[in-house]
Design a binder for this molecule. Structure first.
Ligand SMILES: [Zn+2]
Length: 216
């Protein structure tokens, strides 16, 4: 976890305050968040909110006689052992690994994390393993992946990671950065010039969302 502003004081109210006072505090919080969809209603403590600064979770806590708010940013843990910064595949002879990059009359609904063949692959967040997930269903060597669902602060998120050999049992719990498999040599399956990578599709409450803001 990273803090957007550690112990950032948006405002203070007495610890004995009513819900109305907390509402005031949250409304001031929203001004700080300032961005599309950045409105936060009272009672949404602990709920993920999209903001101009990425997805944040608002935590309220008490110090002495006052309440404070802290903004907790949701960030992926390291996904591949050979890529500590989760770098995204740039343009190569087969396309780009960016969100919504062009793909043969369509778009790329995910991001590609560069990963050398044979690397360890880690969970981007605390999760429970659902099952293997195959991108094509054609039985070829690169037709392999893993499907996991978030736990803790990541409840409501699910991710599919393709070109990964699943090396953990279904139903297993894993912490952020925990090993879940190994990287296959997917680039060898395609024509020359492709960067070896993990394809990451992220779902939030069942909808595909752009994973890029979580690469923070
Ligand atoms: Zn991809």
């Amino acid at each position: 976890m990273k803090w957007v502003h550690d112990d950032h004081i948006i405002g203070t109210v007495p610890a004995t305050s009513s819900l109305a006072s907390m509402s005031w505090l949250l409304s001031h919080c929203c001004k700080y968040l300032a961005g599309p969809g950045g409105d936060v209603a009272a009672g949404t403590e602990g709920v993920a909110v999209e903001s101009a600064q990425g997805t944040v979770i608002i935590r309220q806590f008490q110090i002495g006689s006052s309440y404070r708010l802290r903004l907790e940013k949701l960030c992926f843990a390291q996904i591949c052992s050979s890529n500590p910064s989760n770098s995204i595949r740039g343009w190569d002879r087969r396309g780009s690994g960016a969100w919504k990059a062009p793909r043969e009359g369509s778009r790329h609904y995910g991001i590609d994390i560069i990963c050398d063949a044979g690397s360890s692959v880690y969970s981007p967040f605390p999760a429970q393993v659902i099952r293997i997930s195959k991108p094509y269903g054609n039985g070829k060597p690169h037709d392999t992946g893993i499907y996991i669902k978030g736990t803790g602060a990541w409840i409501g998120y699910r991710v599919k990671m393709f070109y990964v050999s699943k090396e953990i049992r279904d139903g297993a719990s894993v912490s952020a950065g925990g090993r879940i498999g190994s990287m296959i040599n997917m680039a060898a399956q395609f024509s020359p010039g492709m960067t070896n990578h993990i394809h990451v599709t992220l779902y939030k409450n069942g909808q595909e969302v752009n994973p890029t803001p979580y690469k923070c």
